[in-house]
Design a protein around this ligand. Structure first.
Ligand code: HEC
Length: 119
């Protein structure tokens, strides 16, 4: 009987954990969205069109971002962290956000979570 009770408690607790991780995914995406569309943070929207949102004004330096949901997390992380190192290129309009210290690890992870919502 005690075993059964423990199992019930354990599965109730894992149910809670699953709920918590889904909620934090949504939080992470919202945080990434804010960074992406914030002039003082990522400012990614100054250079990238996403999800049909058109760049307003000059500065469309970067490609329109599509199909990001198909990229794996690590590739996206590396691209945002330092596109020069990730691609072995020397010249790009895109800043190396991680290497420059403009975005920390948590912020880049949030941006990646947001990028994964872009089709
Ligand atoms: C000043 C302009 C600029 C800003 C700001 C900028 N990017 Fe870029 N980005 C570029 C350019 C240009 C490229 C194309 C890479 C190259 O130079 O060859 C690129 C490429 C990318 C790619 C690869 C796209 C592909 O299809 O290959 C991703 C992903 C990306 N940027 C995400 C971001 C994110 C996220 C931010 C904000 C944290 C950001 N960019 C900010 C200019 C910018």
């Amino acid at each position: 009987m005690k075993l059964v009770r423990n199992l019930v408690v354990a599965s109730a607790m894992s149910g809670l954990l699953v709920t918590a991780s889904v909620a934090s995914d949504a939080d992470l995406i919202a945080k990434g969205d804010k960074i992406f569309n914030n002039k003082k943070k990522g400012n990614c929207f100054a250079c990238h069109d996403v999800n049909g949102k058109k760049i307003d004004g000059p500065g469309s330096f970067g490609p329109k971002l599509t199909g990001m949901s198909y990229w794996d997390d690590q590739t996206l992380y590396d691209t945002v962290y330092d596109i020069y190192a990730a691609r072995g290129i020397k010249i790009s309009a895109m800043p190396a956000f991680g290497t420059n210290g403009w975005l920390d690890d948590e912020e880049i992870k949030a941006v990646v979570a947001y990028l994964k919502t872009i089709n």
